[in-house]
Design a protein around this ligand. Sequence first.
Ligand code: ILE
Length: 126
Amino acid sequence: LPFKLLHCSVNSTYGFKSLAVVRCCYLGQTQEGYAKGDGGYDAFMNAMKDILTAFQLPIPQLIDYIVTIPPGGKTDALVQTIITWQVQHNGDSKMLTTRGVDSDQIMAAIEATIKMVNLTIQHYER
Ligand code: ILE
């Protein structure tokens, strides 16, 4: 896949905003984003927005976000995150859904997000 997550740190605290540092690679170029947010995933997405802007890639809008664990799952369960996105690009509008699975709930959402970026690159290949 052409768009890669190289490094990511998401910091959640009590009493402060969340912070995210993200490094991504696309077409042999590396970009970094650093942002605050209302929640860890929001911080990650704010950092991603700077990275997507630098790469001149569309910034989809989050429409729905569903988190589940298997029935009977404990705190070590795998988490599945299904995100629905709306992408607007050159007057065209598309809905798409991506899924991430990881034992860390933030990483499951991040996996779904990176898949979404690669799908938009495929759809609108430049
Ligand atoms: N604000 C939360 C977070 O950043 C959720 C994001 C609602 C989908 O983790």
